[in-house]
Design a protein around this ligand. Structure first.
Ligand SMILES: Cc1cc2nc3c(=O)[nH]c(=O)nc-3n(C[C@H](O)[C@H](O)[C@H](O)COP(=O)(O)OP(=O)(O)OC[C@H]3O[C@@H](n4cnc5c(N)ncnc54)[C@H](O)[C@@H]3O)c2cc1C
Ligand code: SF4
Length: 332
């Protein structure tokens, strides 16, 4: 059985000082932070993650939701998903984030799951979670059986010949549409990373999922001030109506004036290898009249570069319809 040391640091600096001793912050690391534990402990039970040291960050003062001086929102790394989704400011100004979180997992899981843990949740690809199978993400160079195997739920955008795993996070997608920024404390000081640059495409190194380096602790996430007059909507399509990851989902933040789209932010989940913001759909929308034909154009643009493997071509049409319906609802 896998054994590990459990560490409870007094402050963030001590947490970073312990974590920096790791060889990597990516798959296969020997040191992991634990927050809610709803991803990490599952993977440890499956021997997909085998850290020698687990650093509990739950006592660190990272659990606040506060206004920023510029009118945005500061969300601590250990804020529970439930507290974030039900926060009055989030419900009023960042509704798409609240809707996305509440569409994920179960109430019990959301009560444990944290902001940072959700940012770093792992793919649900069945081969990744089964150590009897090869998987380039888990063991680089062993192959990707999903490309010709069970891939119904996997990605059609951002894939590579090494990996087609979907990023499963509903929260991340909403944060992509809201242009969140991730704040890190690491061995070399603090860093600030736009969410679009935080997750990496699989390319030839699917084991490397984010820009995190050994020691990096996510301290908080900031959201920019809400866009006056914007309308927001989140829609998730999945097999059972609850407690399931998205086949396709979308978050839209859109501003309309004089019957035309003035500003649009569009993100998709269930189809991309990272939280998928679509500049193609946004460009297709801005300046155009609010109507079905233009929403159709935007959906076509969002999925234009989709490459389905053997089982999941249906997702392309599902994602297009999801986006069209979300745009229609947001602008109604
Ligand atoms: C049955 C089930 C159903 C689910 N359904 C959905 C769903 O429909 N939609 C969805 O989006 N999600 C779903 N989830 C995933 C869930 O949202 C995540 O497990 C959860 O958000 C992870 O948060 P956590 O705090 O528990 O992370 P943990 O398990 O504590 O940590 C996850 C990872 O983040 C790292 N980490 C945590 N905090 C920090 C930090 N501050 N700095 C650096 N690294 C850190 C850990 O080292 C670990 O690698 C589901 C999970 C389960 C078990
Ligand atoms: S899709 Fe990625 S995670 Fe799944 S088997 Fe292939 S390499 Fe592993």
């Amino acid at each position: 059985m896998h054994t590990f040391e459990f560490v409870r640091p007094a402050d963030a600096a001590a947490a970073v000082a312990t974590a920096v001793q790791a060889k990597t912050a990516q798959q296969g690391t020997d040191v992991r932070f634990v927050a809610g534990g709803t991803t990490l402990l599952d993977l440890m039970k499956l021997n997909v993650e085998t850290p020698a040291r687990v650093i509990d960050i739950n006592r660190l003062p990272l659990d606040k939701i506060e206004a920023t001086p510029d009118g945005g929102l500061n969300i601590g790394a250990t804020v529970r998903n439930s507290d974030l989704a039900h926060h009055p400011t989030v419900q009023r100004d960042y509704a798409v984030l609240s809707q996305a979180i509440l569409a994920g997992a179960s109430a019990q899981l959301r009560n444990m799951a944290t902001t940072a843990g959700n940012l770093l949740q792992r793919t649900r690809c069945v081969y990744f979670r089964d150590t009897a199978m090869p998987c380039n993400k888990r063991e680089p160079g062993t192959g990707c059986p999903a490309i010709t195997g069970t891939n119904r739920t996997l990605a059609v955008l951002g894939t590579s010949e090494q990996c087609i795993a979907t990023n499963p996070s509903d929260m991340c997608m909403a944060m992509a549409a809201l242009e969140a920024t991730i704040h890190l404390q690491g061995a070399k000081g603090r860093r600030v990373i736009p969410i679009g640059d935080f997750h990496l495409l699989p390319g030839s190194t699917p084991n490397r999922e984010t820009v995190l380096e050994p020691g990096d602790l996510i301290t908080h996430v900031t959201l920019p001030p809400p866009i006056a007059g914007s309308r927001q909507f989140y829609l998730k399509l999945r097999d059972p109506a609850s407690y399931e990851f998205a086949l396709a989902s979308t978050a839209v933040v859109i501003t309309v004036g004089g019957g035309r789209v003035r500003r649009a932010r569009v993100a998709l989940d269930g189809v991309g290898t990272k939280p998928w913001r679509s500049p193609e759909a946004e460009a297709a929308l801005v300046g155009q009249a609010v109507n079905q034909a233009n929403f159709r154009q935007a959906a076509e643009a969002a999925l234009r570069h989709a490459k389905p493997p053997s089982e999941n071509g249906f997702k392309i049409e599902v994602a297009k319809r999801c986006l069209r319906h979300a745009l229609q609802t947001a602008t109604a």
